[in-house]
Write a protein that binds this ligand. Structure first.
Ligand code: 6GU
Length: 224
């Protein structure tokens, strides 16, 4: 899978992509992530990519031309399954959307910034508008990082033991059961006896009951 991220602040995402599981996934060739600095596609000498809004509103708006030039340069080279724009008024990102996007061959994520982007880009080039929750961020970079992380970690081979991506909270609409490691007794805080029993069938049953109980208590909406 290939992910192209377009932003005016690539430094915000760069370090995040290079570390840990995402960094290893790229080194292993399981995903190919490219950052594009929108300013490289600026048409003005000062490399600015925004301008005053028509109508006299406050703030600045990202111009059509740099975005169109950047997206066109990419789409001339390969087909993209989705051209995503990050925006607080987009469709809410969730696990099913991450699952669906992880099956794509190529996607573009355009990070929103400033007051917004010229609406004609959204009308003519964007195929999907996504928000990561009901709050406002200064820019779409964190949203792009969140989406990329959630999409890449479920690509087969990215997480060591493939079982673990499937047993996540939300993957089956249930919250995950608690986990423990050594020591079995820490300052008198004890690990549940059943987990030390070695009885795999009973342990599985305990895990499911814990998941159901935690979901019922913490996120009853997931059971509806
Ligand atoms: Cl995708 N962008 C911005 N700027 N704020 C957000 C968001 C996106 N999702 C939630 N808040």
């Amino acid at each position: 899978m290939r992910i192209d991220i377009i932003t005016v602040v690539p430094q915000l995402i760069q370090g995040f992509l290079e570390e840990s599981i995402l960094g290893r996934a790229q080194k292993k060739g399981l995903v190919d992530i490219h950052l594009h600095n929108l300013r490289d596609y600026a048409v003005r000498k000062d490399r600015r990519v925004d301008d005053y809004p028509f109508g006299g509103f406050a703030g600045m708006v990202m111009q059509c031309e740099p975005i169109d030039r950047c997206i066109s340069a990419l789409t001339a080279q390969r087909h993209y399954d989705q051209i995503i724009f990050t925006t607080p008024d987009g469709e809410q990102f969730d696990q099913p959307m991450a699952n669906e996007l992880s099956l794509c061959e190529n996607i573009i994520i355009l990070c929103g910034h400033y007051k917004g982007i010229d609406y004609r880009i959204r009308e003519h080039l964007i195929t999907k508008e996504v928000s990561i929750g009901d709050y406002v961020l200064t820019g779409g970079e964190l949203a792009a990082a969140v989406m990329t992380d959630a999409i890449v970690r479920i690509i087969p081979g990215v997480i060591g033991d493939e079982q673990s991506a499937l047993s996540d909270s939300f993957q089956d609409n249930l919250l995950a059961a608690p986990v423990y490691t050594r020591p079995a007794d820490y300052k008198g805080w004890k690990v549940p006896e059943i987990l030390l029993s070695g009885h795999q069938a009973k342990i599985k049953e305990w895990e499911l009951q814990q998941s159901l109980q935690r979901t019922k208590t913490l996120r009853p909406d997931l059971l509806e």
